[in-house]
Design a protein around this ligand. Structure first.
Ligand code: DC
Length: 219
């Protein structure tokens, strides 16, 4: 049995940062599943395809190179929005599912995977599941601060509108919609800074992960 921590949540909720820190804490491998959907989006945009066209999206999904997941070109707002559109196609999701499951099955001593459907669809038997959220205004403000600091200032109201549109699309799609797994720990980071959010996340997942590590050593 592999040990998997599933970290799902809304756009810009801080789930990626929490997942990375949890992975570092436990010495686990980390997969940002959103980057796979962003690579599909990049493929569609670069091919001048139509993100709302299933055939264009599927062609891009079949051609992604997961080794490019760290490429900064996929971190733009445009790519995020296109990723949210292409990810609604069941065939696109099915194409990315094997890669994510293989990652979870082979990562040693364990994996932290963040996304929208990790606890519900990709790894329903995950060792521990977190669902991270924060008020939309708080998430928009954090993103505004990040962009400001990076020298790419944008209107906070535009960021808020994008975040809300993306959440609505991710929640309302027919296949693998964004929602907490029934057995996920809910973590609202609206009033927590990143260190406090990490401490809270760790406190929630630690007992289950440590039990699983102990069981593996014993077995
Ligand atoms: O986590 P992110 O912002 O990088 O994700 C970009 C988009 O990809 C998100 O709006 C919806 C989609 N996505 C998904 O459908 N399922 C996942 N497991 C991860 C991301």
């Amino acid at each position: 049995m592999t040990i998997v921590i599933a970290v799902d949540g809304t756009a810009a909720s801080g789930k990626g940062t929490l997942a990375k820190r949890l992975a570092r804490h436990f010495g686990f491998a980390h997969l940002d599943s959103g980057s796979l959907y962003r690579l599909v989006a990049l493929g569609v945009v670069q091919a001048h395809g139509d993100p709302a066209n299933e055939a264009d999206a599927l062609k891009a999904a079949r051609a992604i190179d997961p080794k490019r997941a760290g490429d900064p070109v996929i971190r733009t707002a445009e790519i995020a929005n296109v990723a949210s559109v292409v990810s609604a196609f069941p065939a696109v999701r099915a194409t990315l599912l094997d890669f994510q499951r293989a990652f979870a099955a082979t990562a040693l001593p364990g994996a932290v995977i963040d996304g929208r459907d990790i606890g519900t669809v990709v790894c329903p038997d995950a060792t521990a599941k977190l669902y991270v959220d924060a008020a939309p205004e708080v998430r928009a403000h954090r993103r505004w601060l990040e962009l400001q600091a990076a020298g790419h200032p944008r209107e906070e109201s535009a960021i808020l509108a994008e975040i809300e549109a993306r959440d609505a699309r991710d929640r309302n799609r027919a296949v693998a919609p964004l929602k907490p797994a029934a057995d996920a720990y809910l973590l609202d980071t609206s009033y927590l800074d990143i260190d406090a959010a990490f401490a809270a996340a760790l406190a929630l997942v630690k007992p289950g992960v440590e039990n699983a590590l102990k069981a593996r050593q014993g077995g």
